[in-house]
Ligand binder design. Structure first.
Ligand code: G3P
Length: 217
């Protein structure tokens, strides 16, 4: 399973990259706004900076348009920033149509805001490189986000779809473990959730004891 970081914060992207396990980055308009990135030129420059930090990993850049013609125009501009940019397109009617257009024109896409297996089937049929089910938001609405990942993994396997399942809206380390268990191809996570994988109290207790005993060596 690949590890992406779900942020537009360059320091956090650098920290995950330095850990040696980072395969890519996902962003969205909320995450870009959180970093204070405003205006087309600043947005383009920021995506370029992210691509430089991840050195070869895929970077999802989301379109803001919601009609076919403008999604295509915007996506073409985003894709031209760097070969590793993946155009993130919402799961709406014009979005599906645009994903198909991008597929036929050699531009890779990440279909976002996916909350059902039916939506995941449509994204795959249109040729999306990635599909992004938002598992934390599904949990928030009292459904089981991980179960959706498992269902999509089963459907894609039976049908032979090549679209990669990118589990998004990850809230904790357990989400990452469960997504790995049920067959997600990628998890995109906040830095805290990735670092959460490191933690176990017995590791801390064991290390403290080893270091204490080492003084007797
Ligand atoms: O990339 C989309 C996803 O990160 C949304 O996460 O935490 O806002 O539900 P969240």
């Amino acid at each position: 399973m690949k590890f992406f970081i779900d942020t537009a914060n360059l320091a956090q992207i650098q920290e995950a990259h330095d850990l040696g396990i980072l395969d890519g980055v996902t962003t969205n308009p909320s995450l870009m706004a959180k970093e204070g990135i405003k205006g087309e030129a600043a947005i383009m420059k920021h995506y370029e900076a992210i691509c430089e930090v991840v050195e070869g990993g895929d970077v999802s850049a989301e379109v803001l348009s919601t009609d076919f013609a403008n999604i295509v125009e915007e996506g073409k501009k985003l894709a031209a920033i760097h070969p590793n940019i993946v155009v993130k397109v919402p799961m709406i009617k014009d979005g599906v149509k645009a994903i198909k257009w991008f597929t036929e024109n050699g531009i890779r896409t990440n279909c976002t805001l996916v909350f059902s297996a039916g939506q995941a089937i449509l994204a795959a049929k249109a040729g999306a490189a990635y599909v992004s089910p938002f598992i934390g938001r599904i949990d928030d609405s009292s459904w089981d986000g991980v179960e959706l990942i498992a269902q999509i993994a089963q459907i894609y396997s039976v049908q032979g779809f090549k679209t990669e399942i990118l589990a998004a809206s990850i809230r904790n380390a357990l989400h990452i473990v469960k997504c790995a268990e049920v067959g997600a191809d990628v998890c995109t996570c906040p830095l805290d959730s990735i670092l959460g994988l490191l933690k176990h109290p017995l590791t801390d207790i064991g290390l403290a004891k080893f270091l204490e005993d080492a003084k007797k060596m």
